[in-house]
Design a protein around this ligand. Structure first.
Ligand code: AMP
Ligand code: ZN
Ligand code: FE
Ligand code: FE
Length: 290
């Protein structure tokens, strides 16, 4: 089984990179991508964990970039997965740092608004929960759980943390066309993440998705928890028509989201194509071959 989208404590997942690798093996995965938000911070630890495994396993190093699409009159937030890009490519590296920096001020602004409304959490608490990882709303959700305000992070997203909440504050996002170009320049493979996750807010329509082929998009994450069956079917057709890779993934966040590793998967054929398109860095393989 192949799962190409998972988060760790380097961003808003609850597993350390070491635990993620162990849990991936336990879940029966042979290939896993680590894709923390706006950071490569978990790559080294995950790679070291894979080097210690005694079963065949392949790690794909990636990042989920916070992006924006401007359709002329409206700005739509979206996520772009980048796989196997050179982490030292300067422009992309600088942009990751800016995206993470912006998450700090924005997280504090959301917490300030919640505190002003009487919710008993603090910014220091959120910083402690994030533990040095890229700060995100799930960390604030965890603080709300600790404070007894909600039962789960998912419940926190239903109202308090949703993008339509009065407490919502946007963060920096990079123009998706630029992100695609920079990932390609760094030898990576850009794949649009959960493009039709409708409950998160406005989504890109088909014309917008088509427009991303020209800047260099290479794939669409078709099979994802947030996609309804008819949307998966249409996205699969669209990917085939546009000659794009089709991926499927869990978007695992450990205990911060109710989804297990391998809940959606990518075909071996799509993985082969992805590996053939990448020229930035290699995969990390365990010392045991299958
Ligand atoms: P942020 O990056 O700070 O804007 O927070 C977005 C993150 O929250 C994404 O990684 C999502 O996976 C996560 N998220 C979005 N909706 C939910 C939800 N309903 N339950 C749990 N996590 C969510
Ligand atoms: Zn996340
Ligand atoms: Fe995402
Ligand atoms: Fe994700």
């Amino acid at each position: 089984m192949i799962d190409l989208h998972a988060h760790t404590t380097a961003s808003d997942g609850s597993d350390t990179p070491t635990d993620l690798v162990g849990n991936a093996v336990s879940a029966g995965l042979q290939t896993l991508a680590i894709t923390d938000h706006d950071t490569t911070g978990g790559w080294q630890e995950a790679g070291a964990a894979v080097a210690r495994l005694d079963v065949p396993f392949t790690l794909i190093r990636g990042t989920e970039f916070s992006c924006i699409y401007d359709d002329g009159d409206e700005q739509i937030s979206l996520h772009l997965l980048g796989y196997l890009f050179d982490p030292e490519a300067a422009a992309l590296k600088a942009e990751r740092a800016r995206l993470r920096e912006s998450r700090l001020g924005r997280g504090e602004a959301i917490v300030d608004a919640l505190v002003a409304a009487g919710y008993p959490i603090s910014w220091q608490q959120v910083i402690d929960i994030a533990g040095g990882g890229a700060v995100g709303r799930p960390h604030i959700g965890q603080a709300l759980v600790q404070a007894g305000v909600v039962d789960s992070v998912t419940d926190a997203f239903a109202h308090l943390l949703s993008s339509s909440s009065p407490y919502y504050v946007p963060k920096r996002e990079m123009p998706v066309e630029l992100a695609i170009e920079l990932i390609r320049q760094a030898g990576g493979v850009p794949v649009i993440a959960h493009p039709w996750a409708r409950r998160r807010g406005r989504i890109l329509d088909e014309a917008a998705l088509r427009s991303l082929v020209e800047p260099g998009l290479l794939g669409i994450e078709v099979d994802h928890l947030d996609h309804a069956p008819d949307d998966r079917a249409r996205l699969a057709e669209l990917a085939d028509e546009l000659g794009l890779l089709r991926t499927g993934s869990s978007d695992y966040h450990g205990t911060r989201k109710k989804v297990g590793l391998g809940s959606d998967t990518t075909s071996p054929e799509a993985l082969e194509r992805l590996l053939g398109l990448a020229s930035g860095i290699d995969t990390v393989r365990s010392p045991v071959t299958g």
